[in-house]
Design a binder for this molecule. Structure first.
Ligand code: XMP
Length: 530
């Protein structure tokens, strides 16, 4: 993860005053921010190098110091500006953050030889702010070698485990709070309650940050950014571009034109759904480009996966440029960049004039447009996590199938057809994939699975149908669970679902005589076959 530089937003609305999560390098820093937002309090991640002045300008409601991998005594251990403790807002230190706070404020941290990893029993003081209303004995999740052996001056101990007698402390007068355990992980059953106590009781942060407030804030921001200028948006069929487009349309109406390039590599009925939703339902000005022939021609005789990606990407840009030229002077481009992309790319700058190159997804994504187009970016989702985008989509009335669509690669079915992409092979894969989607949804598994799809390999095998020998393609079923696509496990689909899939695919699709199941996790396999 790159260093996160906070956004400059001169005057936050009351709903938008953030809880700043100071990232000390822990693996859960992002998760802390997400959990706080789940409590309907707006939160942002900032680098631990943030100055107190800079933090103060954001008018935070509270600070949370995240966990971190290092010992506070290690060389180069991340530290913070000590003036952050003096901002007059409550500070909660978690794990490493708690130890750092203890060390900075006159307490002591030692390697006691009594580390704790995993589930741990905690005795909590119910008279404390953090544990008010919670059970005295509770389970929490710990991960530490060093321990606080003396709290900061003036703080009292409010939680203890057997190996760490100082597992939580608080100093009400100074607004300083620390927990050794991780309230943000699901293995701490009362973790969210502890966070809520900190947010609602201690920091007096009202639970007002909702999808509706996001819509209000982002539409206002879009209006002030683009003024009277024309704005363009490329729709892909995915939830991010759809929600970004709807926000822009709500903000500026017909100043926005959406361009939907149908490259013919989407799933069955998806293109129609995009057109019906945007043009039919939301009445968004839409240029629907039927470029199916062009893409097929470009993909003729191409088998190499990276070459397919390159050609699809290039052709997409060419078509998009042609269409946008037709529209005359356009100054802005709406893009569905998410907060996780911003964090990963180092998160520089909120307004569209700076850091543009860094925020265009470097991924071989269709929809990633070249800087030469000279359009300024409008990125209404750049402070949102994916689940928040979905909630905004629901609030805006986007159909369920789009809001909850599983991730789908930009080059689409082209990288799920091994070997050459032809119309005949596309038709086979679309038919198999449609059956797969239908049955997975019918079994109530669609949202549980990260991705589920069919793959058409470049082999054929012998079969027998009626009295006839066949020589036809197999279809491979690929279904995975995952949190972030970095790792994935093959999904344990129920046998009856597999049975229905196999029999329907073989019986209903001419040209297919076998169904196989992919039992590979990532790594060493990837989710896609190409
Ligand atoms: P792999 O196959 O690398 O995929 O495990 C990880 C995630 O990325 C998606 N993916 C792509 N998305 N353009 C995209 O927009 C691509 O070329 C591409 N290749 C893979 C894949 O669907 C999975 O969610």
């Amino acid at each position: 993860m790159g260093e996160v530089v906070p956004l400059e937003r001169p005057e936050p609305t009351p709903e938008e005053r953030p809880v700043l999560v100071v990232d000390l390098g822990g693996q859960y820093s992002q998760l802390i921010a997400r959990r706080i937002r789940e409590c309907r309090v707006y939160s942002e991640l900032v680098a631990h190098t943030i100055s107190a002045d800079h933090a103060a300008r954001r008018r935070p409601l509270a600070l949370v110091l995240s966990g971190g991998p290092a010992s506070v005594y290690a060389d180069g251990a991340p530290a913070i500006d000590p003036a952050l403790y003096e901002l007059g807002v409550p500070v909660l230190g978690i794990c490493y953050g708690m130890q750092l706070m203890a060390l900075d404020l006159g307490g002591r941290v030692e390697r006691t030889g009594r580390s704790e990893f995993g589930r741990t029993e905690l005795s909590a003081e119910r008279e404390s702010d953090l544990f008010a209303g919670l059970p005295e004995e509770q389970t929490c999740w710990m991960s530490h070698r060093d321990s606080v052996v003396a709290p900061p001056e003036g703080a009292r101990v409010v939680g203890a485990s057997s190996a760490a007698p100082i597992s939580a402390f608080e100093d009400r007068a100074r607004g300083l709070y620390g927990v050794q355990f991780h309230p943000e992980v699901v293995h701490t059953p009362h973790g969210m309650d502890v966070l809520k106590n900190f947010l609602y009781r201690v920091a007096d942060a009202p639970p007002v940050w909702t999808a509706a407030t996001v819509i209000e804030e982002e539409t206002a921001r879009i209006r002030s950014q683009v003024g009277q200028d024309r704005v363009l948006c490329a729709l892909s069929g995915g939830v991010d571009s759809a929600v970004a487009a709807l926000l822009a349309h709500k903000a500026i109406g017909d100043q926005l034109t959406c361009v939907f390039v149908d490259h013919g590599l989407l799933r069955r009925d998806e293109a129609e759904q995009v057109v019906e939703t945007f043009e039919g339902h939301f009445r968004v000005p839409l240029v629907h480009v039927d470029a199916r022939e062009r893409f097929l021609t470009r993909l003729r005789d191409v088998s190499d996966p990276e070459e397919k990606r390159r050609r699809v990407g290039e052709e997409f840009i060419r078509v998009f440029e042609e269409e946008s030229r037709r529209l005359g002077r356009v100054r802005y481009l709406v893009q569905g960049t998410l907060y996780s992309d911003v964090i990963e790319s180092g998160g520089r700058g909120s307004d569209s004039s700076e850091g543009v190159a860094a925020t265009i997804k470097s991924h071989h994504n269709v929809g990633g447009l070249p800087a030469e187009m000279d359009l300024e970016l409008v990125e209404p989702l750049r402070m949102l996590f994916k689940d928040e985008v979905r909630r905004v989509g629901e609030e805006l009335g986007l159909p369920e199938a789009m809001v909850w669509r599983q991730p789908f690669p930009g080059p689409g079915l082209a990288i799920r057809i091994i070997g050459e992409v032809t119309e005949e092979r596309l038709e086979i894969l679309r038919a198999a994939d449609a059956i797969l989607q239908e049955e997975i949804r019918r079994a109530g598994l669609y949202r549980e699975l990260w991705q589920s799809f069919a793959v058409l390999p470049a082999i054929r095998s012998v079969g027998v149908q009626g009295d006839e020998r066949t020589y036809a393609y197999p279809i491979i079923i690929r279904a995975v669970t995952s949190d972030d696509a970095m790792t994935a496990d093959w999904a344990r689909l129920p046998y009856d679902v597999l049975e229905t899939l196999s029999s329907r695919i073989i019986n209903e699709i001419p040209g297919v005589n076998r169904v196989a199941l992919d039992l590979s996790s990532k790594p060493p396999a990837t989710i896609e076959w190409e």
